[in-house]
Design a protein. Structure first.
Length: 316
């Protein structure tokens, strides 16, 4: 009889006795937190949801954590979220995007109704939408009654529910599905908020380019020249598009490749694959270059990361 793979459904809870209650689920490129607050007085705030130095699980946070966009779905409430320019009130069923650089202070807005919210942490490198388009959506509550918002809300509620069951090897794929649904939702809201009802051409083009890059990460010859040629634009204009998004072409490609490698290194189904096979699959031909880039991004070497996650290191 085959033994069942361990599951990733057990959320790790926050420290008992601290204000509020947090639980988390790691899903490859993203993280889902469930936040439950006591029925406190209005505007009584909690400590920030994340800190740059430590994740909620108690392990050192990944380098991308402080830069993660937070997509919040309120399931019970109402809930108040504070920011530098003031607080906003969220009713049950509403979704809101939160800026990575804004403080995240949550509070119960009704003494008799303890709030509960799901927070999807999305690294900027995982989102195909430009940063300035995302910033235009920050702190704008959206109903999850219909369309992509409803699909995303039901998905998050299902993941946070007691009946959810996600095997560890499938966690990365579930995380990527969460990213796709989040992008679909954010794109639909951007379309509604844009005066012309459509994204500007250069924003749409940048999204197409990022999708193209994601689909061709395994190509070791992927470069600004080949990317520009595939989209019939000049290399100079390609760099201009990424500068407008406060990124570089090379930096974006490197981040995406490292994220794919990181996901594969923690996948038990790929435990038999060597580091060389994994890095080459995502376009890293030189071991030294890969090791330096990985350590700079995540703070430890690929081998150390794999061992820390409990995955055996295969022989090269």
């Amino acid at each position: 009889m085959r033994s069942r793979q361990p599951t990733a459904t057990a959320f790790s809870a926050s420290t008992p006795g601290r204000p509020g209650h947090r639980a988390e689920l790691e899903l490859g490129p993203v993280r889902l937190s469930v936040l439950r607050l006591p029925a406190l007085s209005p505007l009584t705030t909690l400590p920030p949801l994340t800190t740059p130095s430590q994740s909620h699980t108690g392990r050192p946070a990944r380098s991308g954590d402080p830069r993660a966009w937070r997509l919040v779905l309120v399931s019970d409430g109402p809930l108040t979220l504070g920011r530098r320019s003031g607080a906003i009130r969220l009713e049950p069923g509403q979704l809101v995007l939160w800026d990575p650089w804004e403080p995240f202070d949550a509070a119960a807005a009704d003494r008799a109704r303890p709030p509960r919210a799901m927070v999807l942490h999305l690294p900027g490198s995982a989102l195909s939408l430009p940063h300035h388009a995302l910033r235009g959506l920050v702190a704008r509550p959206v109903s999850s009654d219909t369309g992509p918002a409803a699909l995303l809300a039901r998905f998050l509620e299902g993941l946070a529910g007691p009946a959810a069951a996600v095997d560890i090897p499938q966690a990365t794929w579930v995380g990527r599905a969460a990213v796709d649904l989040a992008v679909a939702f954010l794109s639909s809201v951007t379309d509604v908020l844009d005066d012309a009802t459509r994204l500007p051409r250069q924003v749409a083009l940048l999204g197409e380019i990022k999708t193209y890059i994601d689909r061709n990460l395994s190509d070791p010859d992927l470069s600004p020249t080949t990317i520009a040629a595939a989209h019939h634009i000049s290399v100079r204009y390609l760099h201009h598009l990424f500068r407008q998004d406060e990124q570089t072409v090379g930096g974006f490609v490197r981040e995406r490749r490292l994220e794919r490698c990181r996901a594969d290194l923690t996948n038990p189904c790929l435990a038999g694959q060597s580091m060389a096979v994994i890095r080459a699959r995502w376009g890293f031909q030189d071991a030294a270059v890969f090791n330096r880039a990985f350590k700079k991004e995540y703070g430890i070497t690929p081998g150390e990361y794999r061992r820390r996650e409990g995955v055996p290191v295969a022989v090269r």
